[in-house]
Design a protein around this ligand. Sequence first.
Ligand code: SF4
Length: 289
Amino acid sequence: MADDETREPAGTAGKTGAKGAGRKPAARRAAKPESRVALVRRARRIYRELAEVYPYAHPELDFENPYQLLVATVLSAQTTDLRVNQTTPALFAKYPTPEDLATANPEEVEEILRPTGFFRAKTRSVMGLSKALVEQFGGEVPGKLEELVKLPGVGRKTAFVVLGNAFGRPGITVDTHFMRLVRRWRWTEASEPEKIEAEMSTLFPKRDWTMLSHYVIFHGRRICHARKPACGACPIADLCPAYGEGETDPEKAKKLLKYEKGGFPGQRLKPPQSYLDHGGIPAPPLGKE
Ligand code: SF4
């Protein structure tokens, strides 16, 4: 679930769908203390605006069932979702079930997982995880948080990804993008994922938690980057106390946009139809970049 933040986009910038882009904003908001009511209102406005900008937001790992999503999420540590998506087709073609992976030859799994980095450790992880699924849950991925986090290598973040996207159970996924953005927006000052998760759960109704995670992560990957946020092309500039941390010139900011917002392919080889309908381009298979 890491991103290649160092990659500079090339080519023409695409539409941001950016209602607020270029608006002058929120620096003055930073000077005044914000009441709890104002914070909740602003947070929910940001949510609504992002929902308009990314109506096709979705998990960026390819998967066809809970088991595939669980394995893909574990593999996404320390690499991009793109690299995982380019690797898992071969893995799931050869080992379609937890039983198959639990009893695989580790060296053959390592060869398949090599492009994701840390492939020996990841082989141990996904084989251990598959074994636990077989031995403790009859080869099925459990749909409860307390059971998921008992699986080897599965923490709350991975569990919420699986619960939210494979089981439809609301969960907040606090990854590096989520942490960065909610702190920039002054939704929280916390820096521990569990504290952030708890605080965010009080700002939004439960039904919105999964999509909140997608909208925030989409925005972090496309516009509000770690090192060079594209403030001048940002649709929520007027709601953001951190406006100006990045490039404010609209033309220069547009050149910083990534994935479909910059006219580039996304991370999924098989994105949802809604992504394609909004001009998204599927990612290329391994070796075809
Ligand atoms: S820091 Fe800049 S890019 Fe990020 S949300 Fe604020 S205005 Fe937008």
